[in-house]
Design a protein around this ligand. Structure first.
Ligand code: PEP
Ligand code: MG
Length: 757
């Protein structure tokens, strides 16, 4: 920007600063402001329109008729001013009347002016007014003049808000944006319906002060913020929130590129030279870049733009010290959380009574955050493009997880339809609830076992509520994820005991900690040790055997909790039989210690292994004689079979659980277990879907451990299924797989009257 324009922007800002600090009334302040701008820009007209009761009202002007003040009003989208407000964009016209939206207002006397430039006044991403200048000569304004106007508009937004000129309710009300209802379609991740107010996981930063008192100090703040941001980005590669929860190297590389971009830092400093605070300067530069990029029609650039937006937010958070997530700030009574992505631990920080749903820009079906959400009973949709552009904080959102749709700012008609559907779902749920005490027996009389997956203390309530046969997978690591420090033995034992008590004699299979992968523990993982492929990395039993102190404590906690009762333990991510041996020996050594010290121990211990690593299938003949049961974790198993990261958003829909490869593989394991007389269960998310479960039963699976919410639907399916017919069907289907297994199985189910959800 040429020095001349810096001078004029600074001149205006200095003037505005004085006005803001003065004791003048609000109207007098605005009158002064238009004078200052008009003078500094040698402009014949300068006017400020503010949003009041949903319309843009002329609040102050020099150059137009004073009698038009508070008289001239334009609706959103009406005239040039209304267009600027509606599109949240700049208009720069040499001949105002030639613009199609030009609306002539005789009371203003504006017919003598030809050129027109206007910029929106924005507060918290909402337009609260418009600042416009006009000239008698038909001439387009220079880019530097527009820039100066935008800078001034930013400061004005502070003045307007502080003076209470736009009433808060009006500026926050959704109708004022006149953006109407929007329907966002995403990927179905957790079913269910929820209604609430949109809350950003990373809240928008509110810029309190825009005019700098001390330019040097502001420059200094920016330099240290950049340093911190660069450090954070360097550290991100090994952080839980990064590289594991769906954000990948591409993004990281772009972040790095921007973080070290001298041009970006320089432009922020130039904005400070104009007289802005560090926060306002960062925001100003972001707006300018957004405007530039919006003019370029390139999807790749648009994506980069979002990364830069993210980074600008990060920089703003650092510089303003507003660092927390919405979990720390506390949720409103009913909230729909909006985020690019989340880690499981981050989600667990939210109050589940208030959290009614989650909308993600990324996300995939078997990412742990989704499993946690399922456990919490919170509906989630993912892969909603530009989520923060589409949903604003404070918008009302109706989330229909079953259809993977979010209705944003719904109309009354949509609200009514939503309520009707909600009622129907509740009826359906009531029908499923009626199946609570009905056993999962197939039409031809086979009693199957339906257990639930759990991990949170509250999940136990679900056990009785849905009438399951026990807990087939208790993910003990959830307790580790919600704690700031490693949970102590007593705390672990207390949780396990309460789970066993609540299960009232039904089996509970405790899985030893499965951390690592996308479940990083800040107090356990060394952030400097970056893992290229964390899902295939130092996680689960591998980590537990290396850090056996952790495993010993857990083993002791389990043994103490189950003293005098039976205990079922299973080990995750077994790749070779010796790992099972070591893990079992470790638990046994703790049992021996307890016995030696005359402590009570469990009456019996059953040891199980998880089948998650394909290599284990080749050595089942060695493993099976050692174990009491096997549980197939299809989430991990299928990601390894297909070499497709389970939390990668782009792969979320790529492979089907009903693929012949997966089903044949599973059938082979079922057969090996049957031959060795080892009970087998499937505990991955796959078993919680009725069509998938039907196929699993067809290949011989008799035990499923699933998310509690799916038990009713699963029982209904089982009770409508002829197991022998399903077995015969799967024989044929896997002998000569149809082109589309899902469609073929769906058609068969429909024909046979199998109830699918
Ligand atoms: C699995 O991998 O299928 C499983 C049940 O374990 P988790 O999802 O916790 O990795
Ligand atoms: Mg697993």
């Amino acid at each position: 920007m040429p020095p001349q324009s810096i001078a004029s922007a600074r001149e205006i800002l200095t003037g505005l600063h004085e006005v803001m600090a003065s004791r003048l009334g609000a109207q007098a302040k605005l009158n002064k402001v238009v004078q200052i701008i008009a003078e500094a820009m040698a402009s014949e007209v300068c006017s400020i329109y503010l949003l009041r009761d949903g319309v843009l009202e002329l609040y102050a002007t020099v150059g137009l008729n004073q009698s038009a003040v508070h008289v001239t009003k334009l609706a959103h989208g009406e005239g040039l001013v209304g267009t600027i407000a509606k599109q949240i964009s700049v208009l720069n016209l040499a001949e105002a009347s030639s613009h199609p939206e030009f609306a002539y207002r005789p009371e203003t006397g504006e017919e003598t002016f030809h050129s027109f430039a206007g910029v929106p006044i924005v507060r918290k991403e909402r337009v609260v007014g418009v600042l416009a200048v006009q000239h008698a000569d038909p001439r387009a304004y220079e880019e530097v003049e527009i820039e100066a106007l935008q800078t001034v508009a930013m400061v004005l937004s502070e003045l307007v808000a502080n003076a209470g000129l736009v009433d808060r309710a009006a500026s926050a009300a959704e109708g004022d944006r006149d953006v109407g209802m929007a329907r966002q379609v995403g990927l179905k991740l957790v079913t269910g319906m929820g209604r609430g107010v949109a809350v950003y996981h990373q809240p928008r930063i509110l810029i309190e002060h825009t005019v700098a008192e001390d330019l040097e100090a502001e420059r200094h703040r920016v330099v240290s913020a950049f340093t911190r941001m660069r450090e954070q980005i360097e550290g991100m590669t090994s952080q839980a929130e990064f590289g594991t929860a769906g954000e990948h190297h591409e993004v990281l590389e772009t972040y790095k590129m921007f973080a070290y971009d001298e041009g970006w830092a320089r432009r922020i400093n130039e904005a400070i030279d104009e007289g802005l605070t560090a926060e306002a300067a960062i925001e100003r530069v972001r707006q300018r870049m957004r405007r530039r990029m919006a003019q370029i029609d390139d999807p790749l650039l648009a994506e980069r733009m979002h990364d830069l937006d993210d980074l600008s937010n990060r920089l703003l958070r650092i510089v303003s010290g507003q660092l927390g997530t919405a979990a720390q700030a506390g949720l409103p009574h009913e909230a729909i959380l909006v985020a690019r992505n989340l880690g499981p631990a981050e989600l667990l920080e939210y109050d589940r009574r208030k959290l009614k749903g989650v909308v993600l820009q990324e996300g995939s079906l078997t990412a742990h955050v989704i499993i946690v959400a399922r456990a919490m009973g919170v509906p989630v949709i993912g892969r909603v493009a530009d989520v923060r552009q589409q949903i604003s904080e404070g918008d009302t959102v109706l989330l229909d997880g079953d259809e993977a749709v979010a209705w944003v700012r719904p109309t009354q008609a949509v609200e009514d339809a939503f309520d009707a559907k909600l009622e129907a779902t509740q009826k359906k749920r009531a029908a499923y609830a009626a199946l609570r005490d009905v056993p999962p027996v197939t039409k031809d009389g086979t009693r199957l076992t339906v257990m639930v997956n759990a991990g949170l203390r509250d999940d136990v309530a679900a056990l009785a509520a849905v009438g399951a046969d026990g807990i087939g997978l208790f993910r003990t690591e959830f307790q580790f994820l919600v704690s700031a420090n490693l949970p102590r033995r007593e705390g672990q034992a207390r949780l396990y005991r309460s789970i066993l008590d609540a299960a009232e004699g039904r089996p509970v299979i405790f899985r030893t900690v499965d951390v690592g992968g996308d479940k990083q523990l800040p107090y356990l993982h060394d952030h400097t040790e970056h893992e290229e492929n964390p899902a295939m990395g130092w996680r689960a039993l591998r980590l537990a055997l290396d850090r056996d102190g952790l495993m010993k404590v857990q083993a002791r906690a389990l043994l103490e909790a189950a003293a005098g009762r039976e205990l079922d333990v299973m080990f995750p991510m077994i790749s070779e039989p010796w790992e099972f041996d070591e893990a079992k020996a470790l638990v046994e050594s703790q049992r021996a210690w307890l016995l030696q010290h005359r402590k009570q121990v469990p009456t019996a211990i059953r040891y199980g292994a998880m089948m998650e690593v394909p290599a284990l299938a080749e050595v089942l003949d060695i493993l099976l004689p050692k174990i009491d049961f096997l549980s197939v974790g299809t989430n991990d198993l299928t990601q390894f079979l297909f070499a497709a990261d389970r939390s990668h958003p782009k792969l979320a829909e790529r492979y089907d659980w009903l693929s012949p490869a997966i089903l044949r593989f599973l059938r082979r394991i079922v057969r090996a277990c049957d031959a060795a007389d080892v009970p087998l269960a499937v505990c991955g998310e796959m078993g919680g879907r009725t069509l998938e479960a039907m196929a699993l039963i067809g290949i011989g699976v008799r035990r499923l451990s699933i998310t509690p919410a799916a038990v009713g639907a699963l029982k209904a399916m089982i009770r409508s299924l002829d197991r022998q017919a399903a077995t015969a069907l799967m024989e044929i289907m896997l002998e000569r797989p149809p082109e589309n297994m899902r469609d073929a199985l769906g058609a068969w189910a429909a024909e046979q009257g199998v109830i699918l959800s």
